[in-house]
Design a protein around this ligand. Structure first.
Ligand code: MTE
Ligand code: MO
Length: 279
C-alpha cells in the first residue's frame, strides 16, 4: 500500500458542484477510502462528490496526473482496476493444456450439517425480490464451457476446464434492479447495482465483486470441472469461476448471491489483500 508521502497541492478554488468539501476533508476521506483498499473507486467517488473539474484542476503538480488519481495508481491493484475492461477476455487454452487443479482453501466448506441434496442458491437484491434456485433450475439456463488459467495469489496457476452458466446470463434471466427502473440490460451495466456479494452457506467465506467483473462474459456459476461434477473440495454443487480475478475471488460452494449498492465485505480484503484482486 502507499504511504502518505505526497503533500496535497495548494488549495484551489472551492468545488463548483457536488458536495462542499474542504481539501482537508477530501484528503481525510480519500485516505479512509484508500485504507479500505479501493483508491480508484475512491478517487472516482470523490470525483463525483467534488466534480470532475475540481479533480482535474489538481492535475498539475504530480506528473500531470490529478493527485487523487496519482495516489490511486501507486499500487498494483489500482492499476489493474484502471486497466480492467469488460471486453478484454482472459486467455483460453485447449483442453490438452488442462492440468490437475489442486484443492486450496476450505473456509466455508467445513459445516458438518451441510447437505448437497438440500442445497439451493439464495439470490438477494433481485428486481423481483429474493428468490432461490435449485441446481437443476440453474442448469436449465444457457450454459457454456471454457478452458482458462486459474491463478492463486500464492503463485501457482493451473489450466482448468469449467462448465456453468454465465453470471451475466443468470442476471438476464433473474435481473437485478436498476437505477432507471427499466428492466436490467447487459448493455447498461451502470444501471445495475455496483456490487455483487457472494458467500458460502455458513457465511464463513465471502467475496465482493464489482459489477463489471461479475458480468464479464467469462464469469461463471460453475458446476463442473474438467468434465466432472464439482467435488466437494472444489466447491460442489456450485462455485464462482472468474478468470479475470485471482483464486481468492473464486468462491467455492456458493450459498448466497446478492446485488448491492455497498461494497461488500471480502474475506481476504479484510486480511489485507487487495479488494479488487484483478489479474
Ligand atoms: N469457500 C471457499 N472458497 C474458496 C477458498 C476458500 O478457502 N473457501 N479459497 C480460495 C482460494 S485462495 C483459491 S486459490 C481457490 C482454490 O480453488 P480450488 O480449491 O478449486 O483449487 O478457491 C478459492 N475459493
Ligand atoms: Mo488462492
Amino acid at each position: 500500500m502507499t504511504g502518505e508521502t505526497s503533500a496535497p497541492p495548494p488549495t484551489g478554488e472551492p468545488p463548483r458542484n457536488g458536495e462542499e468539501l474542504t481539501e482537508a476533508e477530501a484528503n481525510a476521506r480519500l485516505r479512509t477510502l484508500s485504507r479500505r483498499g479501493f483508491a480508484v473507486a475512491g478517487a472516482a467517488a470523490l470525483g463525483t462528490l467534488l466534480g470532475w473539474r475540481w479533480l482535474l484542476r489538481q492535475a498539475t503538480r504530480e506528473d500531470d496526473l490529478a493527485w487523487p488519481l496519482r495516489r490511486a495508481l501507486q499500487t498494483n491493484r489500482e492499476i489493474s482496476e484502471a486497466l480492467f475492461s469488460p471486453r478484454r477476455l482472459a486467455p483460453t487454452s485447449s483442453r490438452e493444456a488442462v492440468g490437475v487443479l489442486r484443492p486450496n482453501g476450505t473456509i466455508g466448506l467445513k459445516d458438518a450439517d451441510f447437505r448437497l441434496e438440500g442445497w439451493r442458491l439464495q439470490a438477494e437484491g433481485l428486481a423481483g425480490g429474493a428468490a432461490s434456485f435449485s441446481l437443476a433450475e440453474l442448469q436449465a439456463l444457457p450454459h457454456v464451457e471454457m478452458t482458462t488459467e486459474f491463478k492463486c495469489i500464492e503463485g501457482w496457476s493451473t489450466v482448468a476446464h469449467w462448465a456453468g452458466v454465465r453470471l451475466a446470463d443468470f442476471a438476464r434471466a433473474h435481473p437485478p434492479p436498476t437505477r432507471s427502473g427499466r428492466r436490467f440490460d447487459l448493455e447498461r451495466p451502470d444501471d445495475a447495482p455496483p456490487y455483487l456479494s457472494l458467500e458460502t452457506p455458513d457465511g464463513e467465506y465471502y467475496v465482493g465483486l464489482d459489477t463489471a467483473s461479475a458480468l464479464h462474459p467469462q464469469t461463471l456459476l460453475a458446476w463442473a470441472l474438467n468434465g466432472e461434477p464439482l467435488s466437494e473440495e472444489h466447491g460442489a454443487p456450485l462455485r464462482l469461476v472468474i478468470p479475470v480475478k485471482y483464486g481468492i475471488k473464486n468462491l467455492k460452494r456458493i450459498g448466497t448471491l446478492a446485488w448491492t449498492t455497498r461494497q461488500p465485505a471480502d474475506y481476504w480484503a479484510e486480511l489485507g489483500y487487495d479488494w479488487f484482486a484483478g489479474l
